[in-house]
Ligand binder design. Sequence first.
Ligand code: FAD
Length: 435
Amino acid sequence: MSTPADYYDLSRIRPEVLAALDKINEMGPAFAARAKGVDDDASFPTENYKDLADAGFLGLSIPTEFGGWGFSMGEYAMVGAEIAKYCGATALTFNMHNSSMAWSRFMYDMPNLTPEEKAEFAPLRARQFTRAMKERAIFSQPISEGGQNWTSKPNQTQARAVDGGWKINGFKKFASLAGYCDYYTIVCTEVFEGMEPRHEDTKLFVVHKDAPGLMVKGDWDPLGMRGTNSRDLILKDVFVTKDDLLMPRGIFGKTLPNWPHMMATLSPTYMGVAQGAYDFTVAYLQGKIPGQPPIDRRMYATKRVAVSKMYARLANMRALWTQAFSECKGFPSKGEVMRMYAAQYNVMEGVQEITAMAIRTCGGQSMLRSLPLERMYRDSRCGALMLPYTSEIMEDYIGVLALYEMDELDHAPGDEGGARNSLWRGDSGQLRMLR
Ligand SMILES: Cc1cc2nc3c(=O)[nH]c(=O)nc-3n(C[C@H](O)[C@H](O)[C@H](O)COP(=O)(O)OP(=O)(O)OC[C@H]3O[C@@H](n4cnc5c(N)ncnc54)[C@H](O)[C@@H]3O)c2cc1C
């Protein structure tokens, strides 16, 4: 199995981050051993979460003044990719918890928030950080709503003011950790009588798993990432108060468009899955897979060439992806945004190539279900379709940013039906970008 020294310059990594990576590699074999059962049953890696919580990982992105580790987004990405070498579903769901914390961490620090907005936000995020630290609470982040082109409209899940708070009604598709988290971070639109729902009225609430009116529904029998348990969530008159508010009105629309790397945080999982498939291939050809006959297959030139192609592709993915995550920030430059889009695209497409090459290279016996490669192959298929940064959307965004000037973007063809809602449009810092 590879270690961070195989793909990072360790001298550039803070000692506490190196320690976290080492800890994942220490716990990883147990994650890998549990991965088959979780995948077979399409259940959830509950024991892995206990290990992660025991080791403090739930506070990875939480600022140090709240007892967390205060890792940067790039440091989180390294940890996520390390987890995914062993279990993709654990890494993908951990991203949801981590993102819930990271949004509050980084959006709060955005320079375009007014002192009043920060003052309103401060106690809300403090409450949730404390929950994660003191209660060891796990948060999910169900935003997706399914349906046609859902990213182009204000969230259809709606909050209406009632006595003492709000009532939330709506539906969330693919709510990873459904039934296994403690709190759901619900992105919704506050609606007002006689007014069309608006992006600028987006709010984030935290809903406890046992809240009356919240239901986890539907079957979960997917092709890949089966251990994420991403079932449907129905919210029917779920009552919330100001104590459950995580992000007040206005903050989301003002910050997210100017922190576009925030939506690229699914790629660490797929970077790690690709690394895991490569590592497996090397060990398999060396005859070093535990429980398998020690057959040395290295003497075939065809296998060596195939491995060199895999390595060349993987190193290429890792280099761009590492650079893109080292550039995460609010108000990035156009070059940084384009590199991030390209990194997302390369990882989500590349992971499918690497896992397919791994199966072709290792050969017939390697795709038996007793071995992890076929699970990695299925898991790898899920990355490219994750909205809002799907591979097709990345192709469109890179193309328009490459070919149009910033002041031409709003009129560039192909934006029918608000298809470019999540496109970075420069540093205006305003809701124009969330049309
Ligand atoms: C295993 C798994 C776990 C997930 N976990 C979560 C989670 O925890 N939280 C969460 O919020 N979501 C989650 N998702 C959902 C995911 O991010 C996507 O929203 C979902 O996969 C999209 O499926 P769909 O059928 O709704 O998309 P569709 O709308 O059918 O999209 C299909 C394709 O159409 C194109 N398309 C769609 N909308 C647009 C648009 N606006 N502009 C241009 N092109 C567009 C895209 O290229 C896309 O690939 C998860 C998905 C999977 C598979």
